[in-house]
Design a protein around this ligand. Sequence first.
Ligand SMILES: Cc1cc2nc3c(=O)[nH]c(=O)nc-3n(C[C@H](O)[C@H](O)[C@H](O)COP(=O)(O)O)c2cc1C
Length: 650
Amino acid sequence: MKNYDHLCAPLKLAGATLKNRMLSAPTSLAELGEGEKYSPANIAYYKLKAAGGCSLVTVGDAIVDLDTGRSHPQQVGINDPASTPYLVELADAIHSGGALASIELDHGGALCSPEFIGGRNALGPSAFTDAWGDDIDEMPEADILRIADAFAAGAATAKKCGFDMVMIHAGHGWLLHQFISPSCNKRTDRWGGSLENRMRFTLLVVEKIRAAVGPAFPIDIRISGAERSPGGYDIDTGIEIAKLLDGKVDLIHVSAGTQEDEYSAVLMHPGIFQSHGENSALAAEIKKHVSTPVCAVGAFSKPDLMESFLAGSGADCIAMGRALIADPFFPKKVLHGYTNEITPCIRCGECQSHMIAKRVMRCTVNPLVGRESEYFHPILRLCAPKKVLVVGGGPAGMQAALEADRAGHQVMLCEGQNRLGGALRFADHGAFKSLMKDYRESQIRKVHGSGVDLRLNTQVDRDFVERHRPDALIIALGSEPWAPPIPTGEGVRVFMGSDLTMAEPFGESVAVIGGGLVGCEEALELAQLGKNVTILEMRPELAPDCGRMHRINLLHQLAEQSRITAVTGARCTRISKDGVHAVGADGHETLYACDSVVMATGMRPRQAEVEALRGIVPDTYVIGDAHLARNVMMAVRDARDAVVNLGLMY
Ligand SMILES: Cc1cc2nc3c(=O)[nH]c(=O)nc-3n(C[C@H](O)[C@H](O)[C@H](O)COP(=O)(O)O)c2cc1C
């Protein structure tokens, strides 16, 4: 068993002791219960994190003054007395899961839209008109003092409700950060100008909170170690900020970025194009200059790297956001030496993108997200173990086999190819797909380590099913590439996007037809291989269906690549040996010269193979792309649903 002594060591913060150094970073939920209170589902979400073994669960932002500080449609106001019983329940639930409870105190400042704060102008350090045309008012000193008191009152409420700690949010572009940041704070009074003046508000908040909660109650503060935005402050300022806080708080939590800039917000939540522990150098640098314990955050998901980071004194502890959404049991698996069992976060950003677009949280690799209460209410009316046959070893089939095995069924998983993974084979190439590859390999490892009877190179037909007589049949045969009937001349090299190995004889220039997520990622990969690429997309924009966080990241990478030309509003009419002919919005046809063509125009279920297996077993489920070509998230959720449903007693 590997040694994770540093990750597993306790950490004392004022009067509290964290049982290990793996912390749950604040990850708030978009949808609350009635009256903006924590619902049973919200509470189960946090409780599951605690049950997963982390030492501290920090609840996402609670607003200290809802009237002026709400930055999102729904947020808990810690200044609302009606929130108290819900806060008590929440702290209690986190404790019952085995972790200490902290809550983040925040105020949105200039980033509050008037629609969330009763139509009034938002308050910031300095007056300006934002990108939406809303006027921001300069915060009068009386309001600064009032909001500092509200932070202190929020901390006192948290303590009264049973929380063990609070986190002050002084990073990411929210109110306190706006005062700290020279690009937002243009004041000339004692709250602006020098760093000491810009920090005055934050230091006042710290002082007032300390007075309210006493010396034994730990105060954590989240800062941006660098703004990582054009014109933003860098690590040198980050160090000076930390030095001013040193000794006044109990934990300095070093994140990065500002919500003021959308790519900076991506770097705050590093995606597939960023590195493991993307912002860890900021924490490590700050740690050299302060004696207060330091917490690092951002794209941590590999226990070995985390252990060596702590062992090398990079930080005193590590907070994880998305890694614990992907697998809340990550810490327990580290503590007990089952790191192979961790379901890795693939940093697709869907948790956040879903919240932004649909107001619910979802996770590509964890089907339990959004249904955490199921975990604490196991279905009692379970049938006796069944014989389950799963056909297809792609993401849906593997997940179904694993879920069914875990539920105690007798499972056979048949895959026609000589390897598991199905559509995830696309992750074999392209450095930026390595997280998806990690996920695929972890699923394969889990199947091999489970009780599943795995049959590779096994085609399943009616005869096979009838011979094995399963109680339940799960069809997870996946999808196949689909291309529109574009007239294509002789001798043109056309490849299907989803089947690329990147060893194809592309020539020097490639046209990618279809600028959705797959087409854009293939184009990027081809450009990285030195090809000149033209993306031809019929719709007015690239990757319109892609989640917001990944889309911003992806478009940023495409824009940085000089070898890529993207043409939108282009309908391909034919492909000749000279290239692709497409009609633009103006009705004119243009020839886009290329040596070869990649079709990234979509997928469709393997309908014929699916139909051949229907009607044999009464309890049959068609899941994943075999049901409807979508994505890994839906495949994995379908798989869990099928296994829950087949296990219900009737
Ligand atoms: C769904 C989601 C919700 C988040 N909510 C908050 C929040 O309420 N407050 C905050 O300071 N950070 C929030 N974050 C940022 C995380 O705390 C963390 O800093 C960021 O995700 C980077 O860490 P990670 O790579 O481990 O996810 C959120 C992140 C995600 C993904």
